[in-house]
Design a protein around this ligand. Sequence first.
Ligand code: GTQ
Ligand code: FE2
Length: 344
Amino acid sequence: MSTDVIPATDRDAFYARLAANHYSPLWTLMGGLGPEPTTTLVPHIWRYAEARELMVEAGDVVPLEDALRRVLGFRNPGSLAHQRTGATDTLWAALQLVLPGEVAPAHRHTPSALRFIVEGAGAYTVVNGQRVAMEEGDFLLTPNGHWHEHGHLGDGPVIWLDGLDSPLVSRLNQYVLDEEDDLQQVDADLPAPFVNGMLAKHWGSPAKVAQPLVYKLADALEVIEHLRDGEGDPFDDIVVEYRNPISGGSVMTTIAAFLQLVRPGVDTRAHRHTHSTVYHVVRGSGHSVIAGERVEWTKGDTIAVPLWYEHSHHNHSSEDAILFSYTDKPAVEALGLGRTAASA
Ligand code: GTQ
Ligand code: FE2
């Protein structure tokens, strides 16, 4: 082995030969890596007043036959031109509008989906043959692989927040979609007690749904009420997790979901973590401080906190502030990448 210095041009020629023959010299690839996770994405708030107006306009501009699903995704302002990002690197967030009489046809996909109903009444979703009514404040699940379609038998628009792990699933090259022209056969005898219970028909065909698909706001608020006078979590105040009662774990393999009360007068401590979060304001108003910037929020607003951004929540009003949120924490932890740091 020679100890002579190799001229740079020879080195360039060598690198060109490596590339031409499909080799990667690791020592040229380590730039930009350091002890902290990084993302081009930024914290952002989509205000309901604006989003709702655009959503209603989409209702005029695009008939549902054309759109199939009238969904306005919240695209993170830090997304690169052709990047399939959502609100965060891993989580999609969107508003969806269904007008009376419309039907969004049946399909299934590998991303898991959740919905939080923001306004309106009379819409429903059918998940693996089970029809589930959508009422304001309901939290609904469409775990991956489950057939689903949406319809609306009532009056007036129904708008909900969609949350999916589709950016994560896309990065894994695993976004697979099956579409049907026909609507699903609705199982009249699948019992409604899947709503916050686990009574399933035992004879005949096996249950097509293995976990509850709906969680009512009133039930979650009741639990929060029991906890209100306690100490609360330093970073989130009074927070409860929607759980899968069968596994005891998160509602879906990749996504965990929460409802929290930030009590009047509360300032939570700041922290950051390697999972990212989408918050949606259910009631009241307040502000968060994200990476040192104050973000005021009120009912209907949706806020993205990409991974590793420091954040805290504040309610300086005299009313309760209720936030719904979901994260990719179960996915991040399953990969062994979970990490949290409290701020001083
Ligand atoms: O309603 O099934 O926001 O498939 C994105 C993809 C909603 C849905 C979204 C979807 C849906
Ligand atoms: Fe879907």
